[in-house]
Design a protein around this ligand. Structure first.
Ligand code: SAM
Length: 223
């Protein structure tokens, strides 16, 4: 059977993420560098004891401890990823902690729906700009949230800056990323989309017209 362009892009992406998973596995330096981002995400998502939260594109599972801390023993954390290498690393994090309410599963965020309305919050960190169909992925995440549920997104956001445009070409050549930008896809599907900044004033959206640095941190709320 002929491979579709979606499948071809995903295959390229999975190859890259499997390679990237190797040095990350159990790498405490990477995990501690990311810790402030996970704290910011958990706070922005206003996670509470008993909440259900999905970490889409969970990678090697470095956000799982912060999410599990925030929802406690009575909550639920579901990590989703397409790369077997990344999933193996994330499973290692779960085994190490012995959590019973944290799981990871293999799925394509564009094509495999999560349980509809089952989540209070979703984290999508540096995944949506790397998928072939950002609109379908954002539809899926919106549908997975209960009304009033929140989605925290940190991602590449390529504006008009010359270097950002060059970087976009490279990023799309290496990952499964295709046309369409993440923030526009969110604005078309969520009641509100607001920039998120950390306590040092970093994050948010790049200044209009400049688009540098080429990253965005936003929280979207479902109507
Ligand atoms: C840059 S890593 C980000 C990992 C983690 N969220 C973080 O911020 O450290 C991107 C992750 O998204 C996953 N991914 C890429 N395309 C995906 C898809 N279509 N469905 C699910 N996961 C995907 C990759 O396997 C990889 O683990």
């Amino acid at each position: 059977m002929l491979e579709t362009s979606h499948e071809r892009r995903l295959r390229r992406g999975v190859r890259l993420w499997n390679l990237a998973a190797r040095p990350n596995r159990g790498n405490r330096k990477v995990q501690s560098w990311q810790a402030p981002l996970w704290t910011l995400a958990a706070e922005t998502l206003a996670l509470r004891d008993g909440d259900a939260v999905a970490d889409v594109g969970c990678g090697h599972g470095s956000a799982l401890p912060a999410l599990r801390d925030a929802v406690g023993e009575t909550g639920r954390v579901v990590g989703v990823d397409l790369s077997p290498g990344m999933l193996a690393a994330a499973e290692g994090v779960i085994d190490e902690h012995g959590w019973e309410n944290v799981e990871v599963r293999r799925a394509d965020v564009c094509r495999d729906p999560l349980e509809a309305g089952a989540y209070d919050a979703v984290l999508a960190s540096f995944v949506l700009a790397a998928v072939p169909d950002v609109g379908a992925a954002v539809d899926n995440l919106r549908d997975a949230l209960r009304p009033g549920g929140r989605l925290f997104v940190g991602d590449m956001y390529f504006g008009p800056h010359l270097a950002a445009r060059a970087l976009r070409r490279i990023y799309r050549a290496l990952t499964a990323g295709a046309a369409g930008d993440v923030v526009s896809a969110l604005r078309a599907r969520f009641a509100t989309v607001e920039p998120v900044v950390n306590d040092r004033g970093q994050g948010g959206l790049p200044p209009p017209g400049r688009g540098w640095p080429p990253v965005a941190f936003v929280v979207a709320t479902k109507a």
